[in-house]
Design a protein around this ligand. Structure first.
Ligand code: LLP
Length: 421
């Protein structure tokens, strides 16, 4: 459920008509609903109650500091994968003891930054990383709290570019070797073992792969305890999928996911961490775009909109589907016709949808791409020197620009011409 509904024939974000925002901000822009973000976060915490837990929002899915503050103010933790994301979480007021640091390639500088600012745990993905972290922490007179991210070798049954839990993927330590690496970790001066971490992929629409992975983590936890390690927490990753179309798919609900967690690892007495991104932010955001031209082609008509692949890359990168809806609701019984919805970028890949049925639209009309709150703005670029797409946050009947569209002066001033040219 989200808070983007038609009222009196116009699409609203909570209580704000979308055209009102477009008039102030211009198109294209992203708009997020505070109520939807809050609701989705609460679904997870309720699903995990009464187990002790921390829901760590995957910052990579939507890293705007205002969005992070909405969640942080509710008590959310943050899952970060870079020094930059760590600084964003801190800027949103999230204390270090609610931040977990994931990722295969943490640099020593990033480790130092997090150790200085405070960190709940590093999710370590390899032996070289473990050795580097121990050295950095010991050099600062500290012990870094860690989980080892284990690779359980399960098939997440999702898009191959976002599956991470098979042995051929670059992520984690093969679960068969985990005990050996935990033994190494326990002997290092700068390391404090406290948890086990697993994350098998994103946009999972089936609970079965989670079940397989979590049962393996439960077995490993028992074995590690028998080996003498203190395992206080389990980080079970993110990945629960969302419905991208109104009709067919209905991925499992957070409540069902919570029940699975309780069934598989609930008896271990561990604090549970999860790292959902998409399910919290995905359906909390729209990308709003204006129609530039309607172009009659051979055998098809093109809707040329002012958003492009640089603003929302998921369709061209993963062949992902985003529902596209007119901001002004078509009259009942209005005929829909197929359009190829494309952006202005000079690549055939700049196509959002093919033969998508939409009502008659004209230049100047607004359309909204649904489910764009996750992996939308964060993956945007300025390809074709198109200014980075702005972001807007709505709460009730008011809205604020939470990232402004850069001016062309700002963009051009980032480049410098060397004096010898
Ligand atoms: N934790 C870790 C360690 C991750 O790598 C990810 C996502 C998450 C949590 C959050 O997963 P979520 O709950 O959002 O599924 N750009 C792609 C998605 C990449 C996901 C990468 N890792 C897309 O647009 O579909």
């Amino acid at each position: 459920m989200d808070h983007f509904l038609y009222r009196s024939g116009t699409l609203h974000a909570e209580d704000v008509p979308i055209p009102e925002i477009a008039a102030v901000v211009g198109t294209p822009f992203y708009v997020y609903s505070t109520a939807t973000l809050e609701r989705h976060y609460r679904l997870f915490t309720e699903a995990l109650d009464p187990l002790p837990h921390l829901v760590c929002f995957a910052v990579k899915s939507n890293s705007n500091v205002a969005v992070l503050k909405v969640l942080g103010d509710l008590g959310a933790g943050m899952d970060v994968v870079s020094g930059g994301e760590y600084l964003r979480a801190k800027a949103a007021g999230v204390p270090g003891d609610r931040i977990v640091f994931s990722g295969v390639g943490k640099t020593r500088e990033e480790m130092r930054l997090a150790l200085e600012g405070g960190i709940r745990q590093f999710n370590v993905e390899s032996e070289p990383e473990l050795l580097a972290l121990s050295e950095v922490a010991a050099g600062m007179g500290l012990r870094a709290p860690i989980a080892l991210r284990v690779n359980p070798d399960v098939d997440a049954r999702t898009h191959e570019k976002i599956a991470t839990g098979k042995s051929e993927n670059k992520f984690g330590i093969p679960i068969a070797r985990a005990r050996e690496v935990y033994a190494l970790a326990a002997g290092l001066p700068g390391i404090e073992v406290c948890a086990v971490d697993v994350h098998i992929g994103s946009q999972l629409t089936d609970l079965e792969p989670f079940e397989q992975a979590y049962l393996k983590v439960a077995d490993l936890t028992r074995a590690l305890r028998a080996d003498g390690h203190t395992i206080r927490r389990l980080d079970l990753g993110g990945g629960l999928g969302i419905p991208y179309t109104r009709s067919n798919e209905a991925p499992p609900l957070p409540a069902e996911y919570g029940a699975l967690i309780k069934r598989t690892v609930g008896d271990l007495g561990c604090e549970i961490e999860i790292e959902p991104g998409r399910l919290i932010s995905g359906n909390a955001g729209l990308l709003v775009s204006g129609v530039i031209y309607v172009k009659a082609g051979e055998g098809r008509d093109f809707l040329i909109v002012d958003a492009a692949m640089n603003d929302l890359v998921r369709p061209s990168m993963y062949g992902a589907h985003h529902d596209i809806v007119p901001v002004v609701e078509p009259a009942a019984g209005a005929l829909a016709q197929p359009f190829d919805v494309v952006g202005p970028v000079c690549e055939t890949g700049d196509t959002f949808a093919k033969a998508r049925h939409l009502p008659a639209l004209a230049a100047g009309d607004l359309v909204a791409f649904r489910s764009a709150g996750a992996y939308g703005a964060v993956m945007a670029s300025e390809y074709n020197t198109r200014p980075l797409v702005p972001e807007v946050l709505v709460r009730g009947d008011h809205f604020a620009v939470i990232r402004a569209r850069p001016t062309f002066d700002e963009i051009l001033n980032r480049d410098t011409i060397p004096e010898w040219l």
